[in-house]
Design a protein around this ligand. Structure first.
Ligand code: NAP
Length: 236
């Protein structure tokens, strides 16, 4: 009998997170903990849950709330039983849109850092014991090409870019601190979601197919790196 592979995905009510869950549950060997801010307001996720009983579990988790993050662990432990967590997929994020370094909302900047950096950082910490019990021990932190200074995207989207560059450093530090884990950041590409908008270049199905392939084939070599959906390395 194939031992189940366990996943936890944040921000799975819509967009890339929802598609990650949809594709993961299409493989019966996966057990997926799909987390979202408010399950009562995630009808597409609820529909997936009804179609995959015993394989998909929905847990409320707000990545902008320390209490919510810490409070989620006991429920996830109850779901996984004696199993560990193979993949922690930090996908949830927010954006302030196209602001600039001299014209931004102070509260918006702090809220963005809380959700996009504090959330994934605390998730890595509180889920570390379950990851240690897992067979794969992979932490994926979803970044953006806009986080790259090397790609030189200019002045646009300052708050969001600052948060994702900090997230990149988090993954680097996670990898250096724990060489027994595989921790990396990945840019999903410009994807047609609420965040990416209708003019984006990639369909969500295509991006997510690549993101899952990248995660399931990741090795120690991948750890501490800034990767693109297709596995290419992105300049810091
Ligand atoms: N789309 C792109 O082109 C693109 C490009 C580069 C990087 N990314 C990254 O890819 C990831 C997914 O993006 P997306 O395009 O799918 O975005 P999206 O369509 O805006 O969806 C964002 C998801 O994050 C959730 N979320 C936001 N704040 C949360 C919180 N405090 N707690 C829990 N969940 C929260 C949302 O939940 P609610 O429904 O509750 O709001 C939603 O499920 C993000 O990390 C994003 O930065 C996207």
């Amino acid at each position: 009998m194939v031992e189940a592979t366990t996943w936890l995905v944040t921000g799975s009510s819509r967009g890339i997170g929802l598609e990650l869950v949809r594709q993961l549950v299409s493989d019966p060997s996966n057990i997926v903990v799909a987390t979202c801010r408010d399950p009562a307001r995630a009808p597409k996720l609820s529909a997936l849950k009804d179609a995959a009983p015993g394989q998909l579990y929905v847990v409320a988790l707000d990545v902008g709330s320390e209490a919510s993050i810490r409070g989620s662990v006991a429920e996830v432990e109850g779901i996984l039983g004696s199993k560990g967590l193979d993949y922690l997929y930090n996908n949830a994020a927010i954006t302030e849109g196209d602001d600039s370094a001299f014209d931004f909302s102070y509260d918006g900047l702090l809220d963005t850092l809380r959700a996009n950096v504090g959330g994934p950082a605390l998730m890595g910490t509180v889920y570390l014991p379950l990851l240690e019990k897992g067979r794969r021990k992979v932490i994926v932190n979803m970044t953006s090409g806009l986080a790259s200074i090397g790609l030189d995207f200019g002045a646009k989207n300052a708050t969001y870019s600052i948060s994702k560059t900090a997230l990149n450093m988090l993954a680097y530090k996670q990898a250096k601190t724990r060489p027994d884990l595989i921790a990396y950041v990945v840019d999903p590409g410009w994807v047609k979601t609420d965040m990416g908008g209708p003019d984006a270049m990639m369909e969500v199905e295509e991006s997510v197919g690549r993101l899952i392939r990248l995660a399931t084939t990741a090795t120690a070599e991948s750890s501490g790196r800034f990767l693109r959906h297709d596995g290419e390395q992105v300049p810091w």
